[in-house]
Design a binder for this molecule. Sequence first.
Ligand SMILES: Nc1ncnc2c1ncn2[C@@H]1O[C@H](COP(=O)(O)OP(=O)(O)OP(=O)(O)O)[C@@H](O)[C@H]1O
Ligand SMILES: O=P(O)(O)OC[C@H]1O[C@](O)(CO)[C@@H](O)[C@@H]1O
Ligand SMILES: [Mg+2]
Length: 476
Amino acid sequence: MEGEHREPHQKLVTGEFGYVLEDVPHLSDYIPDLLTYPNPLQDNPAYSVVKQYFVLTEDTVPEKIVVNKGSPRGRHFRRAGARQKVYFQSDEVHACIVTCGGLCPGLNTVIREIVCGLYNMYGVSKVLGIEGGYKGFYSRNTIKLTPKLVNDIHKRGGTIIGTSRGGHDTKKIVDSIQDRGINQVYIIGGDGTQKGAAAIYEEIRHRGLKVVVAGIPKTIDNDIPVIDKSFGFDTAVEEAQRAINAAHVEAESMENGIGVVKLMGRYSGFIAMHATLANRDVDCCLIPESPFYLGGKGGLFEFMESRLKENGHMVIVIAEGAGQELLTEERNEKDASGNKLLKDVGLWISQKIKDYFVGRCKMIINLKYIDPTYMIRAVPSNASDNVYCTLLAQSAVHGAMAGYTGFTSGLVNGRHTHIPFYRITESQNKVIITDRMWARLLSSTNQPSFMSCVDANEPKNGEEPQTESSEENSPS
Ligand SMILES: Nc1ncnc2c1ncn2[C@@H]1O[C@H](COP(=O)(O)OP(=O)(O)OP(=O)(O)O)[C@@H](O)[C@H]1O
Ligand SMILES: O=P(O)(O)OC[C@H]1O[C@](O)(CO)[C@@H](O)[C@@H]1O
Ligand SMILES: [Mg+2]
């Protein structure tokens, strides 16, 4: 990742009773005397009949909606939506779209709806697809995107313009944007991508260019903070049901059948948690946020023994990032973006279960391990994700046409908003294991919470816990 580091430009507006607006930048913040134009939507027969179609400039959305009598009004984000005035004429716009990071259901829908939104709502006819992620700006071709070309792409998984990890070079990317005469950049991707988008925005601002940078958050892991949930997440949870159901069918058909399903979730176990809660055939769900141990009192094996005795079969769902600290095998490799490559916890836990029950307890077990991770990621988005993607894309287009820049479009408390990049990139959304949702999961599976003090002394391979406790090392 090349390029000079720049501090983000923060725009905080305060009001009465503790009101704070975390505003997003606008082209007029650094380019004086920009011309404005009436929004072409006011003559669009579909929209002109809506009583109050345009969003008021003052409209904002609270970050927290559960308040009590004495609460201050708190943080707010700018409401997304079409504005009365726009900062681009239709024939002046030259937009581009890039997708970066891993795949996620709905990428094609977002691409489709940016293209169709620009063409059909704003009369724009120059939209380029940058091939193969960030590095495509300076090393690959572009594709001219038209409503005809993107017409049915939402029915397909993946991204028609390709994606990649690594290769972010801020200066080269902005040079390419400048050379091509691009003035609206739509960037779809996860936390890494949004950090890259923030760097591109800062460089564009530094050069004083009339170019907006709009992000659309993408993460199948649902690990982006602030927003209600990420697109594709519902689809992933739904698709995971097929794997869990298969694991359950296999498990209940055999003597001491055990189905193990690995789902995605590097640092956040949302897919595993929601897929488990939705399914109800899962006996144990293991996620990165909740450390677990195998042997000893309160451990996984003890629980498995009792479940097998009770039901004759069981299903375990494990998120890919769970229990990484227990695996002895060293893997210090990183992907092209610098993300740590994880060890295969699904294979590891399957082997440990076999070693314990067959090797040590001399029990007959029938374990089936299912790894549907990439199958879940590669499917097209479901109906509700398609609608969500459409609104996210349209919000980004309205924001860009209105001259806002350096923002990510996101759903906050059910309302579409523009969020400054730094809020999206400064932290990660994680399952809070002391929160109600995880409690609901624990009560639905009746699995151990693994909060006992024994786990504090768990040795690396997780099998032979010591008896004395040590609060200092407690993982909880
Ligand atoms: N700190 C950063 N600054 C600039 N660019 C970055 C930064 N981190 C990542 N990138 C770039 O963003 C792109 C995507 O990053 P990454 O592979 O981490 O995926 P992601 O957007 O986080 O999505 P996923 O949820 O799939 O991990 C890559 O091209 C990478 O080079
Ligand atoms: O193998 P890849 O494509 O690098 O992606 C794997 C990672 O991407 C994610 O799906 C996030 O996009 C993680 O859940 C997973 O660890
Ligand atoms: Mg990431």
